[in-house]
Design a protein around this ligand. Structure first.
Ligand code: HEM
Length: 410
């Protein structure tokens, strides 16, 4: 039997596949090798895809909406066509000029003031999860899963609340996301219609249209207008789907990766405990060092990346995490510096599509780490071999067993 370690090594310059375990296991090493040897790599996986790894090239593509379209942002053998300028999940899949109006609609719900109001509820939710998680811990050395028992629940609860959907549907959201982001294309044709996000959200929208107006994001979208017209069903559906997909796996990954780091670095745990003011810098460094999100584009015309010719309709991955590790852009790029002062990372992307949920993501990450450290100031990985990282365009630990070394009463 061949396992990961027996398999012949890939030539990352021509055979990378971001949906495979070997890439996910140590992606930063793959980017570092490519940056030196072949900074714009190409693989035949998924019908052909480009992988730039330099900060300069990644930033240039993100700013260049003329040559690179967002009609497709998740690399898949089925390439979206004819959906621009709105795309299937506005505003992330929208191109100018549609994009600006679709994004503007969403700004009030994600501005700093609206998000600050969610802090107390998010803290309460984290404390509740920690109570539940610690209820089964009978003594030192007990093991809990920081990803499945803690990190994954935090963004689900927040976004379900914002949309006005039942928190109990959380596991269904995670199934939808797993199929769409982690294993794109793998489930097509194998699912019953009732197992799809399309079926779930279509029912939600019909129910809401037939019921009284609600004071949540779905209610807001049902009443919103663009150019004096109500939003189309496709627009409403796409935006709700986007918020579920963009809001959950991303933040779950960032919280999980931060706890994975702290589990292995006692000096950083100590620093956070002794100097709480460092948390604001630590959060930015977690985002830089463990940036979870790689996006994609489709070349709108024949073009080039860093001198490499790219053909119209080619897929291009946009690995913001690789940009964050580029030594040309960051001093000591491959070191985690908990109090890094200058940190203009690209974890939230840049240009017109820069993350709309960044205030919310920062709030959730800050609160999740803060509340964990207050109750569980000392912990370590139970066994590094049992940690499982996701594959695909959102990277983070999906199983994270940790041994509790010290707890503090609530
Ligand atoms: C740590 C967590 C997160 C990270 C690292 C992250 C990262 C990103 C990135 C890199 C983009 C740019 C996409 C592109 O250029 O194509 C983006 C866009 C977006 N994100 Fe986030 N995100 C996070 C959390 C969230 C949350 C919690 C929400 C909302 C619930 C959200 C909503 C969005 C939306 C709506 C867009 C599209 C913006 C546009 O196209 O104008 N994100 N995010």
């Amino acid at each position: 039997m061949t396992d990961l370690h027996d398999a012949p090594p890939r030539d990352w310059a021509t055979e990378f596949d971001h949906t495979k375990e070997d890439y996910a296991a140590d992606a930063p090493a793959v980017w570092a090798e490519l940056r030196d040897r072949c900074p714009v790599a190409h693989s035949d996986a998924h019908g052909g895809v480009w992988l730039p790894t330099r900060h300069e090239d990644i930033a240039a593509i993100a700013h260049d909406t003329e040559h690179f379209s967002s009609e497709g942002v998740i690399v898949n053998i089925f390439k979206p066509e004819g959906l621009a300028p709105m795309g299937y999940a506005p505003p992330i899949t929208s191109d100018p000029p549609f994009h600006a109006d679709a994004r503007r609609l969403m700004l009030p719900a994600f501005g700093p003031k609206a998000i600050a109001e969610l802090e107390e509820g998010t803290r309460e939710s984290c404390r509740q999860l920690l109570d539940e998680l610690l209820a089964d811990v009978t003594g030192p050395d007990d093991i809990v899963d920081a990803a499945t028992q803690y990190a994954q629940h935090i963004p689900v609860r927040v976004i379900a609340d914002m949309l006005g959907l039942p928190k109990e549907d959380g596991p269904r959201f995670r199934d939808f996301i797993h199929r769409i982001i982690e294993k794109p294309g793998e489930y097509s044709g194998t699912l019953g219609v009732e197992d799809t996000l399309l079926f779930y959200l279509t029912n939600v929208i019909v129910e809401r249209r037939n019921g009284p107006p609600t004071d949540d994001l779905i209610g807001y979208l049902l009443q919103a207008e663009m150019d004096g017209e109500p939003l189309t069903n496709e627009h409403i559906f796409g935006t709700i789907a986007l918020l579920i997909i963009a809001g959950i796996d991303t933040t779950w990954s960032a919280i999980g990766a931060s706890l994975w780091h702290l589990a292995q670095h006692p000096e950083d745990r100590k620093r956070l405990a002794e100097d709480p003011d460092v948390l604001v810098f630590a959060v930015e460094e977690f985002l830089r060092f463990y940036a979870p999100v790689t996006m994609a584009r489709i070349a709108a015309v024949d073009t080039e990346i860093g001198g490499c010719p790219v053909a119209e309709r080619d897929w291009v991955l946009l690995p913001f995490p690789a940009a964050n590790r580029d030594p040309e852009a960051f001093e000591r790029a491959d070191e985690f510096v908990i109090d890094r002062q200058r940190n203009r990372h690209l974890a939230f992307g840049l240009g017109i599509h820069r993350c709309l949920g960044s205030n919310l993501a920062r709030l959730e990450l800050t609160v999740a780490v803060d509340e964990w450290m207050k109750r569980i100031p000392d912990f370590e990985l139970a066994d590094p071999a049992t940690v499982r990282w996701s594959t695909g365009q959102v990277r983070g630990p999906r199983e994270l067993p940790v041994r509790i070394l010290k707890t503090v009463e609530a």
